[in-house]
Design a protein around this ligand. Structure first.
Ligand SMILES: [Zn+2]
Length: 285
């Protein structure tokens, strides 16, 4: 697969889900081998979008370099991963990526409208060679090598919403061809009875029914309902795709998990990178 950047700069503006601050971002074309990186324009600090720059994972994935942070990077990274963009500068003038509609749909559509630019170099891919697993007291995730009839990245998730919503499973095979239609429109979600707690933790200051599904008594409060039957699970897949892109590569393998979230996926990447025996970096046609 060739390397891709974007053709022309693309501007987005909006509020952050957790901080509520208004932020501008400009996606800019970047040369071969730049990777994906944030540039906090107001602080002149570059923050590579890498798993070892993650500083917290409480309700969003937050990265930092030299004490300068960018919060809630996962939906934008998910869009870039889904579109196979591996070189991009993300100029940002405040602390949190805009939440927009709570999914990656607006990022994806705007990028496709401007167009991708193929670059004269093959992308490096990370292929899972040995199974790795991370477990904590409430859930787990593992990355295992693909079986012979699987291609690309496959994601199998099981949920338990502890009675707040119907438990669901999801199995998405070969994300590569499926991301835009099956995943990108799935919005972030929360449970009505947790809103006060989240606010008390200084979170979701920018949250509203315009950028999140809110579930009360197992039903969405949003007047137009859900975009997919299992939109919550599809959003969990969207988050996994974004959080896995902090590996720095498109991943070939199968991700399985139960009650996954940003914390579990980041710790799974830490396990993965403990030894080079777990993976192989190479190019595919
Ligand atoms: Zn999310």
């Amino acid at each position: 697969m060739k390397s891709f950047t974007i053709k022309d700069p693309i501007h987005f503006n909006g509020i952050g889900l957790h901080t509520g601050v208004n932020t501008n971002i400009i996606l800019k074309p970047a040369p071969i081998n730049s990777g994906i990186f944030f540039n906090r324009a107001d602080k002149s600090i570059i923050i590579p979008a890498k798993w070892d720059n993650v500083i917290s994972t409480k309700f969003s994935t937050n990265i930092a370099s030299d004490g300068v942070e960018v919060k809630t990077v996962e939906h934008l990274l998910s869009a870039l991963a889904g579109l196979h963009i591996n070189n991009c500068e993300i100029l940002i003038d405040n602390v949190e990526v805009p939440i927009l509609d709570g999914s990656s749909d607006i990022f994806v559509k705007s990028i496709l409208k401007k167009g991708l630019k193929e670059q004269d170099s093959e992308q490096n891919i990370l292929e899972i060679i040995k199974p790795v697993k991370f477990s904590c007291d409430y859930g787990y995730a593992e990355l295992i090598p693909n079986s012979s009839n699987d291609e690309g990245l496959n994601i199998n998730l099981q949920s338990s919403f502890d009675g707040k919503y119907e438990d669901q499973d999801i199995k998405i095979s070969n994300l590569n061809g499926n991301y835009i239609e099956s995943i990108s429109k799935a919005r972030t979600f929360g449970f009505f009875q947790e809103i006060e707690y989240l606010k008390s933790q200084n979170l979701i200051k920018g949250g509203s029914l315009d950028n999140a599904i809110v579930i009360k008594n197992k039903k969405p409060l949003n007047k137009d309902g859900l975009r997919y039957d299992n939109e919550l699970m599809r959003h969990k897949v969207l988050d996994v795709v974004g959080d896995l892109y902090l590996s720095g590569y498109p991943v070939i393998g199968t991700y399985k998990g139960f009650k996954t979230g940003h914390f579990i996926t980041n710790n799974l990447l830490k396990e993965l990178f403990k030894t080079k025996e777990n993976y192989k970096i190479h190019k595919i046609n």
